[in-house]
Ligand binder design. Structure first.
Ligand SMILES: C/C=C/C(=O)SCCNC(=O)CCNC(=O)[C@H](O)C(C)(C)COP(=O)(O)OP(=O)(O)OC[C@H]1O[C@@H](n2cnc3c(N)ncnc32)[C@H](O)[C@@H]1OP(=O)(O)O
Length: 263
């Protein structure tokens, strides 16, 4: 049984077989705080048991998809058990999104960064506006990827390239991300029109067969994903204690380049 968790920071609308789930904190480029993480997980679980919905579209309100974990709330810090609670909420969200018995699409405009990008990578199909920036850039604030970022980057790029991109942490253009296989489509013209075309294309296919294929991969990868999420949970707690993480946050807030010391 899931605990009901309603929030204005996640908006869901259903039209026929398609549910649109919108991240809705546009003032921070849809930065993910705990309320939004839990609200998103709850809404996705509800959609998992819907008889009518077969496709779930994930998008962001305003000028970005998501800027990742809310850096401003990270400042407050958290003790070890609170932090593990946050990571467990993130992990529950990611396993729900990755394994839900629906087809999932991420439509990226503006930017998808950090945890926001991990969430996009957990979906079955990623389309991005040509002007968008894609960034597995946890390292910019002295952290490691979470939300299964290690797992999904490895799945799409292989381990060596995944490591190099995670260490580099620089935002990529949609065209660069498509070229290396990190996303599936750079849209042409209006993003909403491109979304409508994709939804129409999929709805003319045998959706049950598509969903079965998705479920086979999700089931086979389940143990591996859970292992990555568990490793990320403990490692991220250690990273949160470092001087580099504190400096990364401070530099972000002061809009300057961080000076890391390896401590
Ligand atoms: C548990 C999860 C952990 C993680 O996910 S760690 C990783 C966290 N995310 C990041 O490190 C990404 C940080 N953000 C960025 O790199 C950039 O932003 C973008 C590339 C996403 C977009 O850049 P641009 O279009 O130039 O926008 P802008 O001026 O940087 O941001 C607009 C406003 O949004 C706030 N904001 C951006 N990202 C976050 C965030 N992640 N948490 C909280 N606030 C954020 C800014 O501060 C600013 O606000 P103001 O207008 O008041 O200066």
């Amino acid at each position: 049984m899931t605990t009901e968790f309603k929030t204005d920071t996640v908006k869901v609308s259903v039209e026929g077989k398609v549910a649109t789930v919108e991240l809705n904190r546009p003032e921070s480029l849809n930065a993910l705080d705990l309320e939004m993480i839990r609200g998103l997980a709850w809404n996705l679980k509800e959609l998992c048991i819907s008889d009518e919905v077969e496709i779930v579209l994930l998008k962001g309100a305003g000028r970005a998809f998501s800027s990742g974990g809310d850096i401003k709330t990270m400042l407050a810090g958290s003790n070890e058990s609170d932090f593990y609670g946050i990571m467990e909420s993130i992990n529950e969200l990611v396993t729900t999104l990755y394994s839900m018995p629906k087809l999932t699409i991420s439509a990226i405009n503006g930017a998808a960064a950090g945890l926001g990008f991990s969430l996009a990578l957990a979906t079955d199909y990623i389309m991005a506006d040509p002007g968008s920036k894609l960034a597995m850039n946890f390292i910019g604030i002295g952290l490691i990827p979470d939300g299964g970022g290690h797992f999904f980057m490895k799945q799409r790029l292989g381990e060596t390239k995944a490591k190099h991109h995670i260490w580099e942490g620089k935002p990529m253009t949609a065209a660069q991300a498509l070229e290396i296989g990190l996303i599936d489509e750079v849209t042409e013209g209006d993003l909403n029109e491109a979304i409508a075309i994709k939804l129409e294309e999929w709805q003319q296919k045998p959706l049950q067969a598509m969903i079965k294929t998705k479920k086979i991969y999700a089931e086979e990868n389940r143990t591996s994903l859970l292992k990555f999420l568990e490793l990320e949970k403990y490692a991220q707690y250690k990273m949160r204690q470092t001087e580099d993480h504190k400096e990364g946050i401070q530099a972000f807030l002061e809009k300057r380049k961080p000076h890391f010391t390896g401590k």
